[in-house]
Structures are given as structure tokens and as C-alpha cells.
Design a protein around this ligand. Sequence first.
Ligand code: GMT
Length: 374
Amino acid sequence: MKIGIVCYPTFGGSGVVATELGKALAQEGHKVHFITYSQPPRLDLFNENLFYHEVDFRNYPLFEFAPYELALASKMVSVVKNERLDLLHVHYAIPHASAAYMAKQILQSQGITIPIVTTLHGTDITLVGKDPSYEPVVTFSINQSDGVTAVSADLKKETYEYFPIVNDIEVIPNFIDLEKFKKQKKDHFKKAICPNGEMLIVHTSNFRKVKRIPDVIHVFANIRKEIPAKLLMIGDGPERGNAEKMCRELGIYEDVRFLGKLDAVEEVLSVADLFLMPSEKESFGLAALEAMACEVPVISSDTGGLPELNIDGQTGFMSPVGDVEDMTQKALLILDKNNLPRFKENALKRAQEFDITRILPLYENYYQRILEKT
Ligand code: GMT
């Protein structure tokens, strides 16, 4: 197949999923054309089946806001036409699904049919999409897509709850490349960060409000009162400054390191003992899956799609959103040397169920079904 993939070229989950999916499809022999405004960070290899088309949108003094959606739709039209694509797969509804709808109409007027598959990732539905400023466009473009997938059963349920959707939504969970995300021998790294055998706790996110960064800090501060521990904070975003301030105020700054946006997260995860994800909302929790693949148990909130990933009492524990005390007690239980090996083993076993080799065929079959019906 010749597939166009549209996504946000960011470190965020939807961009990562779209890029890894495209890379895996290319390995299977499909021709994959990425259409984005800059090179996705994980599109870092040469493969004869991978192509990249940059959306060039120019600003003009008249525009207070450059009309990216129009430039994207125009690029989709030219790539579909010139590369004779079979299907466009857009990740994140806003504005990709509506730009794809516009491109489809333009192509139709020229006698070209292009099926559109939209994958919903979470915040496009639960946070941004249901805002009245976007809702009608989101509803319309989801209903106009030829195929719609969601990354968890919970996200599918929420989409039907929030929007008058008439289309079927297929649940295809996120996946992990276990060749890349696996525990590596990085003892020297662990020794450098935890010279006295401290427990290593990790959090990865875009540091937005929805991630409840203060809960990460409080849980860590509580753990540290009981056992020697260090915290690594990976990623960056609006809450970082406040998080650093909190660490200073709580007197734990010496034991916390902010590493910023890291490419090789798997190297840090390889030496971690526990991953914290206390999010307010999380449609899937890809960062937690990455941790589990590196044999790191997870303390998460019990929100959104997290119960579909983190098995309470086995791969980690779940607590109600904001219940810092419960998260602390459960974290200490996992970090008990008698329990930790079992949790680590279970985390890996669970991650193996999301191996890309299991999930990729679901997308390929889904594309086939959409092509057959259009
Ligand atoms: O979590 C974010 O803020 C980033 C966001 C995105 O769209 O990149 O992540 C969403 O999509 C990921 C990939 O499908 C999911 O693993 C995340 O759970 C989801 N985030 C939320 O629902 C908050």
C-alpha cells in the first residue's frame, strides 16, 4: 500500500505512535509518506520505503495566525496526486481530520478518491476537542472519516459520550517496539545517579497540567522520607518551573534531576525501579508502556485507558486521581526488595502483549477493510 501519515512531529505520544507505525509499515514493504510541518524526532533513519513531505506555510503580515490547516490540506492534495497514495492516515483529530476532509473534497472534484482514516489519541477528544470552539468541526470530521480508530476502549467510550458520532470506532491499542525498548545494561549510569544504592524513580511527560506534576513531586518526597531514593524527571513543558520550585521548597532538590527532552529514554528506563504517572486524564499512557517494556513497574492513576494497560497489583498499582497518600503506600510496597522482582517481571510480560508485531497487523487489516469499502 501507499500510505500518507499526518501527525504532530513532536515528542508527544501521538507523534511517536504515528512515526513508529509508519516506520514499521515501511519495514513491511509499504510505501509511507509522512506529511508534517517538520521532521518527526523519531524519523531518524533511512529506509527506501519512507518519504517525508514538509508542509510549508508562509506567514504574511495580514495574518495574525498563519492558516496551517489550509497549507496542510494543499500539501495532502499534491502528495496524494503525485505519489498516487491509496490512503491517508491522520493522527489527532485537530486539525488533521478536517484538513484531510478538505483535501478529500478537492481531490474528489478532480476524480481522485482517497480514503481517510483518523486515529483519536486522547487530548483531541477529552481536553481540546470538546471545547465549543472546536466541537462542531471535530464531530463533523470524525463522522466524515472513512475509518476511525481510538487507542483505548475508554477513549472510544468517551468519544461517543462527548460527540454525536455515527461512525464505528475501532479500538487499536498503542504498541511498543521491544527491540528498542528493552532493559539494557547501564550499571555505570545507575551508579552515577544512585551511588549509595538508592531506588530510582522516573517520570516522563510533556509537563502539562493534565500530568499532575505536583503529585509526582509529593509522592517522591513521601517515598524519600521512608527510603533513600532519587527522582529523574524527563521531558519539558509549562509545569517544569513550578516543579523545580516545589523541589527546592520541599528540600529535595538534591535528589531530583530534570533531564529535559531526551531521545534515548530507554537508557534511563533501563536503570529505573519505578515509574510514576498520576495523570488527571490519560487515554492510553504510552510513556508507562515504554517503562513497562524496560521492566519498570508503574504507579498510575486509575483514569481513562490506564486500567487497560496497568494491571492493579501485578504490573504496578492504580490509585484515584490525586490520592498521593495511596500512591505513596503502594510505591513503597513495590519498592520493597521482596516484591520488586515480581512487579518488574509482570511489567515486562504485560508490555509484550503490546509488541508492535502484534498490533501492526491490526492496522494493516483495518486499512484493507477501509479500502475495500470505499
Ligand atoms: O499526553 C499528552 O499530552 C500528549 C498526547 C498526544 O496526543 O501526543 O498523548 C495522548 O496520546 C498518546 C498516544 O496515543 C497516549 O498514550 C496518551 O495517553 C494521550 N494523552 C492523554 O490522553 C492526556
